[in-house]
Design a protein around this ligand. Sequence first.
Ligand SMILES: NC(=[NH2+])NCCC[C@H](N)C(=O)O
Ligand SMILES: [Mn+2]
Ligand SMILES: [Mn+2]
Length: 300
Amino acid sequence: MRNNEIAMVGVPMDLGADRRGVDMGPSAIRYASVKEKLAGLGYRVKDLGNLVVPTPESMDAGENKLKYMREITAVSRELAETTDQVVQSGCFPLILGGDHSIAIGSIAGVARHHKRMGVIWFDAHGDLNTSKTSPSGNIHGMPLAISLGWGHPDLVNIGGVSPKLRPEDVVIIGARQLDEGERTLIREQGIHVFTMHDIDRMGMGPVMEEALQIVTDGTDGVHLSLDLDSLDPVDAPGVGTPVAGGITYRESHLAMEILAETGVLTSAEFVEVNPILDHGNRTAKAAVALIGSVFGEKVL
Ligand SMILES: NC(=[NH2+])NCCC[C@H](N)C(=O)O
Ligand SMILES: [Mn+2]
Ligand SMILES: [Mn+2]
């Protein structure tokens, strides 16, 4: 990061998920004082505001295997341009979601600046579905597959080049609910997944060390995509698709602190915060605390 500058972009997207509410994620994260947190750590923060996302009530979902694909494609293209410009201007892109489909656009934009980019994907899910394997038709269950080049051509080709990522440069951490098609893909493509079982056995420290080795090997940039549902619902209840038995508050901070120490991140997004399902904005507060840790906040 040049000049310690961060550019923040909100994407109030909920077309990729079944339940309304994640569109309010960026507001909830701002309300939890993300800007103040980063300013307190010595960063200059530019808030670029929110992209405009259409309201689901005002239109038809279209094809039910790829709900709202047209609208998601349009917003993703715009987000790709925005993140591209942020990197060009020398700032670190910090994207606030919104459902996880926004990763399609943010990765498309930042990937233009890297010959080969690694991705750390914190999630209870794989987000590796295509229209053929998806049980829901919800595009927020597909962004990682799309970034790897698998899926509808309109989505896959956002930003011009496809694939944006190679399977060997991607690490999923916190997985505990995978669909059958995702399991097959993971096995066939050799995608690195640290499940909750692996985290329990190895501990978060060693998991992060292995993960970092994978995403930095041969790459020239690392994107962090953190779905708040990777955390245990006790600490992050405000998510659309909660799954019991997730990453603890402490484990999640350790992971962010290790990322901060290595300084490898070139872009980041925090997604799936749903204030409607939350208690007292706890999930957005957890997101802001994690953002603090990943940007270098320490006790001592
Ligand atoms: N970003 C998320 N929260 N994704 C949840 C996906 C759930 C399920 N695998 C699906 O495809 O519908
Ligand atoms: Mn998820
Ligand atoms: Mn996700």
